[in-house]
Design a protein around this ligand. Sequence first.
Ligand SMILES: C[S@@+](CC[C@H](N)C(=O)[O-])C[C@H]1O[C@@H](n2cnc3c(N)ncnc32)[C@H](O)[C@@H]1O
Length: 292
Amino acid sequence: MQSPKSIQIPKATRYQNAAIDYYTGLTNSDFLHYGYWEELPAPGEELTITRLRVAQEAYSMKLMSFIPTGVTSVLDVGCGIGGNTKYLCDRISSSRPDEDFIVEGLAPDPLQGAKFIEKTQGKIPFHLSRFEDFTATKSYGLILFSESSQYVAVNDLVQGTSCLLAHNGYLLLADMMRKDKEYQKGIFSNCHLKQELQKALETAGFTLVKSEDISQNIAPTIDLCVDNFQRFGLTTGKYIADVLKIAVPPLYTLANWAYKRWLEQPITEGLAARKIFDRHLCYEIQLWQLSR
Ligand SMILES: C[S@@+](CC[C@H](N)C(=O)[O-])C[C@H]1O[C@@H](n2cnc3c(N)ncnc32)[C@H](O)[C@@H]1O
């Protein structure tokens, strides 16, 4: 079985990798995306990790429905630990038995690479690389960015995709995007501005074939994360603080100062994530075709 070779990974990417690994640990899922809640929960209805997993499978199915027939090679950029890649590979191969369907994964994280290889039993090629640094030896029929476009600058995404795509190839994007250009700071600010991404793709010769706004269908996952964070994360933090206050008061004073200095603001923002998303962002699946 192959194993990912080591590469130089920028510090910002290492922080993102750590957050993704944390998310994987919490959900215990092979998918790292928000999922697609086909049935929207009623207000106040309990959201569970089990329901998230159902939504994640529905999302992969939804994504698959966007892959045009005739596409036989896919590069899954930011493939995570392989859940999505394997799902697409298995389902497309079995629904199109006459076509030789090939999928490859790419991510700049050795830990994800090791899990990817384990979960796909080494049958799906994995490239340990940032998209920006990737040099391919062949072209692909479709490049997939499933919740990974936000980590790659617009120019790198457009130029890299143009270089890697075969004649009339496709780009499939599924991600959060900013619909409000004034929203530039905060938890979701690394998401691309929808109009800017669209303009750059059109300028490079891409045409939008199909798109769907699924903001409402991913939003319950934000509610679930906030709810779990509030219930387990903050409650545990408060308990530790209470114990520290009794056992080691000077350490409590120091920790309280550090909390107010570095954590209070991001936590307040995290708790307001759903409101921020509804106000400034959307989540779209977009299929683009490059016509040269
Ligand atoms: C939220 S996860 C999505 C994983 C997977 N596509 C899915 O839908 O389950 C984001 C992925 O993008 C990857 N990523 C981050 N920066 C990247 C870059 N510069 N080039 C390629 N992938 C990157 C992360 O390592 C991770 O695998």
